[in-house]
Design a binder for this molecule. Structure first.
Ligand SMILES: *Cc1c(COP(=O)(O)O)cnc(C)c1O
Length: 366
C-alpha cells in the first residue's frame, strides 16, 4: 500500500528498552535488571498518588471530565495563570505534536539544536516541513539566531531547557535576549520537561511560564508529570501559552485524550511538592558520584541540569560496545551513537542502582 510521501523517510522513535525485553533476550532475572535509559524517577511517585489512584480504580467505566477542570485548576494555581492558558495532553509529547501540526507545513522550516529530543524531528517530518539544525550539538543561541535570520520561512523554534539527551541548560536571561529578536509569528516551543531539575540546581535557569508568555506571547511552555513527578506510565503533560495558541491546539485534540486515573494522579502529584523536592536533592547528590567516577576513570561528562548524565568517551572506546556490554549484565542505558556522538546517557538511579552501575561499568570499561 502507498502511504503519504512524508512517511517514506520517517524513522520510528526508538524508546528505551523495557526491562521485560532484557529478561527475555538475555535470561537475566528481572530483579537484576536496572533501567537507566528513560529518565524515569527511580523513587517512583508520591505514595499519596498511588493511594488516590487505587481509590478511584472503580471509576474506569466512566469517561474522564473532558474539560479537565480540576487538573487545569491545579496547574493554574501552581503557575498563577488562567485555565484558558492551559492544555493537557497524553504526555507533553502529545502537546508538542499538537503545536507542530498547528504551525508547520511543507512551506515552512523548523529550527532546533543538533542534538535534542528526537520527537521534535519526527513530528516535524510528519508535516512535511524542512528541518534546520545548528552545527553545535548543544544549544547555541548565536548559531540559532543566525540561521533564523537567514531563513525567512521558519515557523517553529525548539528550545529544550534543560536539554535531553545532553543535559545542558542555558541561562534564562540569555533565552530572553534571544526571544527579543524573534518575530511574533514564529512559535517558540520551550520544552521544560526537566525544569524542576534545572531550576533546583541553578535559579538562573528557572523559567516562569507566566512571565514568559506575558513578555513573549509567541511562546508555549511544555511541562510533564513523567520525570520529576514520577508518572511516566500515566502519560500526562501540559502546555501553557496565550489563549489564542491554546485554542488553536485544542482543535487538534481528540476528546478524552487522557485517562481519568492519569488526571487523578497528576492532580494529587501537584499537591505533594515535598516529594518532588526530596527527589531533586537526592538526584543531584547521586549525580556527584557519577562525576567523581568519570574523573577517576578518566572520561568526560557534560555538566547536567537533569536526572541523567551524558558520559563521553575517547576513540579508544566505543559507546555502542559499552552500552551493549552493560545490557548483557542487566543495565539498560542509552547509546548516543545515533546522534553522532561517542557517548552514553545514563539516568541517575537510586543510590543502590548507581553503586551497581559503577561496579559493572568498571568491568566492561577496563
Ligand atoms: C520526557 C520528555 C518529554 C515528555 O515526555 P512525556 O512522557 O510525553 O510527557 C518531553 N520532552 C523531553 C525533552 C523529554 O525528555
Amino acid at each position: 500500500m502507498k502511504f503519504n510521501a512524508v512517511l517514506d523517510n520517517l524513522k520510528i522513535y526508538e524508546a528505551g528498552k523495557p526491562i521485560e525485553l532484557v529478561v527475555r533476550e538475555y535470561g537475566i532475572d528481572s530483579k537484576d535488571v536496572i533501567k537507566l535509559a528513560s529518565n524515569e524517577n527511580p523513587r517512583g511517585c508520591s505514595p499519596k498518588v498511588i493511594e488516590a489512584v487505587q481509590k478511584d480504580a472503580s471509576k474506569m467505566n466512566l469517561y474522564p471530565d473532558d474539560s479537565m477542570y480540576e487538573l487545569k485548576e491545579g496547574l493554574a494555581k501552581r503557575f498563577n495563570v488562567g485555565s484558558k492558558n492551559i492544555i493537557i495532553g497524553a504526555g507533553s509529547d502529545q502537546v508538542i505534536s499538537f503545536a507542530v501540526h498547528a504551525k508547520s507545513n511543507p512551506n515552512t522550516a523548523v529550527l532546533m539544536a543538533r542534538t535534542t529530543f528526537a520527537m521534535y524531528e519526527i513530528y516535524t517530518r510528519q508535516t512535511g516541513a524542512k528541518i534546520l539544525k545548528t552545527p553545535s550539538h548543544t544549544h547555541n543561541l548565536p548559531e540559532m539566531l543566525e540561521m533564523y535570520q537567514q531563513n525567512k520561512d521558519i515557523s517553529i523554534i525548539f528550545l529544550c531547557l534543560p536539554n535531553n539527551p545532553l543535559g545542558e541548560c542555558l541561562d534564562t536571561k540569555d533565552i530572553e535576549a534571544f526571544l527579543e529578536k524573534i518575530n511574533q509569528d514564529t512559535l517558540v516551543i520551550i520544552d521544560g520537561a526537566y525544569q524542576e531539575y534545572g531550576s533546583f540546581k541553578d535559579k538562573n535557569k528557572a523559567i516562569n511560564p507566566k512571565e514568559l508568555i506575558k513578555k513573549y506571547p509567541n511562546t508555549i511552555y511544555m511541562g510533564t508529570f513523567s520525570k520529576a513527578y514520577g508518572l511516566g506510565g500515566m502519560r500526562c503533560g501540559y502546555g501553557i501559552a496565550q489563549a489564542d495558541i491554546i485554542e488553536a491546539l485544542h482543535k487538534l485534540r481528540a476528546p478524552f485524550n487522557i485517562t481519568n486515573l492519569s488526571l487523578k494522579a497528576a492532580i494529587v502529584a501537584l499537591q505533594d511538592e515535598a516529594f518532588v523536592q526530596k527527589c531533586m536533592a537526592e538526584n543531584f547528590q547521586e549525580m556527584k558520584r557519577y562525576e567523581v567516577f568519570a574523573k577517576e576513570l578518566g572520561f568526560d561528562f557534560i555538566d547536567s541540569y537533569t536526572n541523567f548524565i551524558t558520559l563521553e568517551f575517547d576513540n579508544s572506546k566505543k559507546s555502542s560496545d559499552i552500552a551493549e556490554k552493560l545490557l548483557k549484565k542487566g543495565i539498560i542505558v542509552r547509546n548516543l551513537g545515533a546522534y553522532d556522538m561517542n557517548a552514553i546517557r545514563v539516568t541517575i538511579g537510586t543510590p543502590e542502582q548507581n553503586s551497581r552501575f559503577f561496579e559493572l561499568f568498571r568491568t566492561v570499561y577496563m
